[in-house]
Design a protein around this ligand. Structure first.
Ligand SMILES: *Cc1c(COP(=O)(O)O)cnc(C)c1O
Length: 359
């Protein structure tokens, strides 16, 4: 008789300990938990896009370098000419390529927390040393004293700074980030996933800091379905990271669709302006609840604290509204919920549900 299969005898211990990255399923719910742009394209634009897709030869491999798309990205987002660019299947894949490239036996990464969970997830899968330093309570600023100490003591190969930060929504101080860039011998990766909604970008600073990489994505702009992320930086770094990239990682439909979309960038920027305006309206509304604490946001979401967040989360869900419950995710996020700015109608439904849930 054959022995039963025993995965635990074969799987790496750090994988056995992990949970798969979970995304809540919620049919028939208004989804305000993932940071999507709620708007679609008008009919004329959809028609033009479909015409382009119609000519695609699906029997052929994609352009391995996605040259047209890279050129369009450089032009639309003003990526400096001196910088090299590496494209990923979402910035999630860029994080994976970065960590695979730097994962030497003693290499460590450093992340101020709470932040984007994929840095930890990928580091754990690879068995990489991971140091985290809590952000300051309430303000969610960088704790520079503690960060600089880790940099001095452990010389991390990579430091990830989400700018603006997810899930807190704030942008760290530029001078603090400059101090980290000046102090670190390893790479500092600034993750600008929320660039459409925030003012500052470090893209123009690439020439000032040889140890700076700027990572970004089109997901939050309104193209989450396409999975397109990128990292820009000194060619010497990008050449090495590119060796960890699987060939053809950007499929043809994404290459064509993203290039087309970026040629109509003003459409997205109008949507972004609307989302930013609605964000301020939503924030004002939330501030009228005496039991709620809110944080200002440079992103397309708002973090807020309510008494009994888990109960409020469940009640909202019963009302057909899904937000993100962050209670328990990190000590400084106790009783925190995160809501994405939807359409005006969705935001009203959320506020109505919240009013009811708080009764
Ligand atoms: C959403 C998000 C990403 C991932 O973006 P994808 O390109 O969709 O993989 C990366 N970093 C931060 C901070 C994010 O919030």
């Amino acid at each position: 008789m054959r022995q039963p299969i025993q995965p635990e005898n074969w799987i790496r211990p750090q994988i056995l300990k992990l949970s798969a990255y979970a995304i809540e399923e919620a049919e028939h719910c208004i989804r305000l938990d993932t940071m999507e742009n709620p708007y679609q394209w008008n009919e004329a634009l959809q028609k033009q896009w479909l015409e382009i897709l119609q000519t695609t030869a699906l029997n052929r491999y994609p352009d391995p370098k996605a040259k047209k798309l890279e050129q369009q990205l450089r032009q639309t987002l003003s990526i400096p000419d001196e910088a090299s660019v590496l494209l990923g299947n979402g910035s999630d894949e860029v994080i994976q390529m970065l960590l695979m490239t730097f994962n030497q036996p003693d290499a460590a990464i450093l992340v101020p927390e709470p932040s984007f969970p994929m840095y930890y997830q990928v580091a754990s899968v690879l068995g990489m040393k991971y140091y985290s330093i809590p952000l300051e309570e309430e303000t969610f600023d960088l704790d520079m004293f503690a960060l600089l100490e880790v940099i001095h003591n452990y010389n991390p190969a990579l430091i990830f700074l989400a700018y603006p930060n997810n899930p807190t929504g704030n942008s760290f101080s530029v001078t603090d980030i400059e101090d980290i860039l000046d102090t670190s011998n390893g790479l500092v990766v600034i993750d600008e996933a929320y660039f459409p909604f925030s003012e500052g970008s470090f893209l123009s600073r690439l020439k000032d800091y040889p140890n700076l990489l700027v990572m970004s994505t089109l997901s939050k702009l309104g193209l989450a379905a396409l999975r397109l992320g990128f990292v820009a930086g000194h060619p010497d770094w990008i050449t090495e990271i590119n060796k960890a990239r699987l060939p053809y990682n950007i499929n043809t439909l994404t290459q064509l669709s993203a290039t087309f979309a970026l040629q109509h960038y003003s459409v997205f920027m109008q949507q972004v302006e609307q989302i930013k305006k609605d964000r301020e309206d939503l924030l004002k509304e939330l501030q009228t609840f005496p039991q709620i604490k809110t944080w200002v946001s440079d992103t397309n979401f708002i973090l807020f604290r309510v008494p009994k967040a888990r109960l409020i989360f469940q009640r909202l869900k019963q009302e057909g509204i899904l937000v993100k419950c962050l209670d328990g995710a990190y000590p400084s996020l106790s009783n925190c919920l995160r809501v994405v700015v939807g359409t005006a109608q969705e935001n009203q439904a959320f506020l109505k549900g919240l009013r009811k849930a708080l009764q």
